[in-house]
Design a protein around this ligand. Structure first.
Ligand code: UD1
Ligand code: UDP
Length: 377
């Protein structure tokens, strides 16, 4: 029996990685018509993921502009989706996480009374400006959504505390683990672009991009990285640099052409995930890496003042170290010098799921569409 049409909307690299397992699972259901719409808030970084997971969007808003701002991206998504939603009339629109695409797409759906399903719902720092603008994007998306797919019990509690109805929340695990398990292989050989890295040394994987870290905080982070390379002759810093020119220009200015610091292009997800698996530890302000690294047993120092992902912090594999140069240096040095401290953090735990999150989400969607048909008869 035909159940209906689901429109999946996303725009950035992490949304694509985490929605890919859901799209693939939806596509297995013959009774559901699945339509993928990309806003292309990101371009190259998004396309890498579409190619890897063989996802063919029906619509591509192609919005990305160099140094775009929050206004243009938000307005572009709403206006771009208006006609598509009018034409396609989906029975459900799925968004992911907390980007500008997420919130704007949920609002565009609401304007045409299309119910919204929110994947990775309920993450909170309870600080409006950290991360910025993501905390408000996800709070506002929760207000608009009908189905809330919470990755963990903590996320569910956050939603309940905001008076979201219990029967509209499902704890599914995080779909990032579904994606990760598909690409990480112990026998993986590192990509050619990493050939000049001395793998006898310890690899420290670095990523930065957070808007609230732009400027002095990011400078401090980079100074701490320089301190570490100066102190430890047996480390290689590998830094796939985000394509945002604000991040890129500073990284090149401060860290370019330095011995044992490898500034490289963003890696495809498969080589990146496998590089994570071969790293000694990870220094990052990314959200997704905080979820992936614990299941690979890699300690993560989070270069932020807040995290919406407390589960791995509680489990002891992720530490929030902030953005102060000396603190970053001290915490990283501890893990490089003290094997006991390192081993305490390097335990494989997985608070974020068992790789079956997408299947759970699609089962809920099937029920939702079926019940809707029933109520319309
Ligand atoms: C966005 C999201 C953030 C998410 C991050 C993941 C918002 C406000 N921010 O931040 O929540 O954590 O993605 O990476 O939704 N660029 C390219 N090519 C690309 C991607 C980006 O050139 O493939 C450059 C462009 O100049 C673009 C800029 O990066 O204008 C910023 O992209 P944007 O999506 O606005 O912000 P991010 O910092 O990537
Ligand atoms: N990632 C990738 N290639 C890279 C860097 C990161 O595929 O060069 C993946 C990473 O494994 C994670 C996601 O991109 O799944 C995280 O993206 P990002 O840090 O840009 O966003 P956030 O998770 O902070 O929203």
């Amino acid at each position: 029996m035909y159940l209906g049409k689901v429109m999946v909307v996303f725009g950035t690299r992490p949304e694509a990685i985490k929605m890919a397992p859901v799209v693939k699972e939806l596509e297995k259901v013959a009774d559901i018509e699945t339509i993928v719409v990309v806003t292309a808030q990101h371009r190259e970084m998004l396309d890498q993921v579409l190619y890897l997971f063989d996802i063919n969007p029906k619509y591509d808003l192609d919005l990305m502009k160099e140094k775009q701002d929050l206004y243009s991206i938000t307005a572009g998504v709403i206006l771009g989706l208006q006609k598509i939603i009018e034409t396609e009339k989906p029975d459900l629109l799925l968004v992911h996480g907390d980007t500008s695409t997420t919130f704007a797409a949920a609002l565009a759906a609401f304007y045409q009374k299309v119910p919204v399903g929110h994947v990775e719902a309920g993450l909170r720092t309870k600080n409006k400006y950290s991360p910025y603008p993501e905390e408000m994007n996800r709070v506002l998306t929760s207000r608009l959504a009908e189905l809330h797919f919470a990755p963990t019990d903590t996320a569910r509690e956050n939603l309940l505390a905001e008076a979201t109805a219990n029967f509209k929340i499902w704890v599914t695990g995080n779909t990032v683990i579904d994606a990760l398990l598909k690409v990480v292989k112990e026998e993986y050989i590192l990509a050619d672009s990493l050939a000049n890295i001395n793998t006898d040394n310890r690899i420290i994987l670095v990523t930065t991009h957070r808007r609230e870290n732009w400027g002095n905080k990011m400078k401090d982070i980079y100074k701490a990285l320089l301190d570490l390379v100066a102190e430890f002759a047996d480390i290689e810093l590998v830094f796939p640099v985000h394509m945002n020119p604000i991040v890129r220009d500073l990284a090149v200015e401060m860290l370019g052409n330095k011995e044992r610091i490898h500034l490289i292009e963003p890696l495809d997800y498969e080589p990146f995930a496998n590089l994570m698996n071969k790293s000694y530890m990870i220094l990052t302000d990314s959200g997704g890496l905080q979820e992936e690294a614990p299941s690979l047993g890699k300690p993560v120092l989070v270069l932020r003042d807040t995290t919406e992902r407390p589960e791995a912090v509680v489990a002891g594999t992720v530490k929030l170290v902030g953005t102060v140069r000396d603190n970053i240096y001290r915490e990283a040095k501890l893990l490089l010098n003290d094997e006991g401290e390192y081993m305490k953090m390097a335990k494989a735990i997985n608070p974020y799921g068992d790789g079956q999150a997408a299947l759970r989400i699609v089962n809920v969607i099937k029920d939702f569409l079926y019940t809707r048909i029933g109520s319309e008869v």
